[in-house]
Design a protein around this ligand. Structure first.
Ligand code: ZN
Length: 479
């Protein structure tokens, strides 16, 4: 600041100035000096830090390179369409025809890809394989095969059995789905969906779906369009998942058991248990094949035997390590939260580019495994008959010395970037009769602050979507 004072003094020493221009110039210099002084003050530094992009957001944005639309020629006979929709569709060219693997979601997007494929070869589609039943891989089939009833459409037995349209809680699943994928977010908030672009085509989504006409149980080898193709059941993200292995081309299609992100062992939109152990073992099995070309269900394909092998290896190690650590912690009698707190990936795995938590999240996987094996009771008798949420909130507010004091702590939590603690305090207050609008506004700020430093796209999308819902509810209550 001393330097600043002397600079100001120098500026004011222009006593002999005789014209307006010089005075203006001096004032300008003074303005610049004052601006610099403000920028150097600690208060301004804090807001500057908040405005800067968090490194996690920069990383999440870098994942967008995985979704740039492109028809990738992977080898002489395999083409992969990336970025035309949320997932990938591939074409394998045989002697007398082609085989399509996965069909995207939107019929409009599938038609574009089908046209691109036809520009490469006009051989007819002889078969189409679904790697699993999720709509983002099955909605555009008719674009590839038209009305041709002779095309083999192949999937596993039990195909689509577990999907949400069969769920009695479908309405809430739909709402959570909208939040996880950020479907209603304004464009300025959208980065991506972890393993898919932030916005995906909606032109006739799902309208091209055609049911399989050939299913198998464990494994099957078929000669399709003159190519020997092995299909192997591989429980993982879904229980109808399979992988496709083409020995002659050394190419393996993983379905959604593999993509460039830590796997989504549990989907926060609400999903049934994804068999984590089987998922890890499915990838382990893939890693025993001499794969040179790996085609994931999402994100760009990977080439090169060594890279493919190490990617599959670290993926299965990560999944099985999360699984085993969870089981071990549970057997020690740890509660759910203690189990979550105790599980972490080895440093060597945390650093792997294909294991960043863009889509899946380690603690979510741990919770899912824990609940799968023992249900809701975490073993601590405190939790057999817990206080109702309003009783608990009442006691916590008392403990804090009253609502005003708790609100003060809440505001402090926001200021100190202790966002999660802030959310918990806000939730206590929201269960009381204390000023709902005031608390909700802080909760909105906390959710947005968390979103601004999240590497995980579903979490970021959920925080933001929920914050807009709260904002809308405030607007409604003000009317
Ligand atoms: Zn998918």
């Amino acid at each position: 600041m001393n330097k600043l004072k002397s600079q100001i003094a120098v500026t004011y020493s222009f006593k002999t100035v005789r014209n307006q221009a010089i005075i203006k110039g001096a004032l300008l210099i003074l303005g610049i000096i004052l601006m610099q002084a403000c920028q150097n003050s600690p208060k301004h530094n804090t807001s500057q830090v908040q405005d800067e992009e968090h490194p996690n957001i920069t990383k999440l944005k870098s994942q967008n390179a995985e979704f740039i639309p492109e028809i990738i020629k992977l080898n002489e006979k395999v083409y992969v369409a990336v970025g035309y929709d949320g997932s990938n569709a591939s074409m394998v060219i045989g002697e007398q025809g082609v085989v399509i693997i996965d069909a995207l979601r939107a019929l409009g997007a599938a038609e574009k890809v089908a046209e691109e494929f036809r520009n490469i070869t006009d051989k007819p589609v002889e078969a189409l394989i679904y790697t699993h039943g999720h709509l983002d891989h099955t909605g555009g089939t008719s674009a590839f095969i038209g009305n041709n009833k002779d095309v083999k459409i192949i999937a596993r037995e039990g195909f689509k059995d577990e999907l949400e349209e069969h769920s009695p809680v479908e309405p809430i699943l739909k709402q959570r789905n909208i939040r996880q994928f950020g479907r209603d977010l304004p464009a300025k908030d959208i980065i991506n969906r972890g393993v898919a672009p932030g916005i995906t085509p909606t032109d006739r989504a799902g309208k091209g779906y055609i049911a399989p006409n050939l299913t198998f149980q464990d494994s099957i080898t078929l000669n399709l369009a003159g190519i020997d193709i092995e299909l192997h059941a591989a429980d993982g993200e879904t229980n109808d998942e399979l992988f496709v292995w083409i020995p002659d081309l050394k190419t393996l299609f993983t379905g959604d058991n593999y993509y460039k992100s830590f796997p989504n062992l549990y989907a926060i939109r609400g999903s049934q248990y994804r068999d984590v152990k089987s998922w890890g073992e499915s990838i382990q099995k893939m890693s025993t094949y001499p794969v040179e070309y790996l085609v994931p269900g999402h994100t760009r394909p990977v080439s090169g035997k060594t890279l493919v092998h190490s990617n599959l290896k670290n993926y299965s190690t990560a999944i099985l390590s999360v699984y085993q650590q969870t089981i071990d912690a549970m057997n020690k009698g740890y509660t759910l939260q203690q189990t979550v707190d105790s599980v972490r990936l080895a440093d060597s795995l945390i650093e792997q580019p294909n294991l960043q938590e863009f889509y899946g999240s380690v603690p979510w996987g741990v919770r899912s495994i824990f609940l799968h094996y023992v249900g809701w009771f975490d073993g601590n008798p405190t939790n057999l008959y817990p206080l109702s949420s309003s009783q608990e909130a009442k006691h916590m507010v008392e403990l804090a010395g009253g609502e005003e004091k708790m609100f003060h702590k809440l505001s402090q939590a926001l200021e100190k970037s202790d966002y999660q603690w802030g959310l918990e305090l806000a939730d206590y207050l929201l269960k009381t009769d204390y000023e709902k609008v005031k608390v909700t506004k802080v909760k909105i700020a906390l959710l947005r602050a968390l979103a601004a430093e999240q590497i995980n796209a579903p979490a970021r999308n959920y925080y933001l979507s929920y914050s807009y819902e709260l904002e809308k509810s405030l607007e409604k209550s003000a009317l």
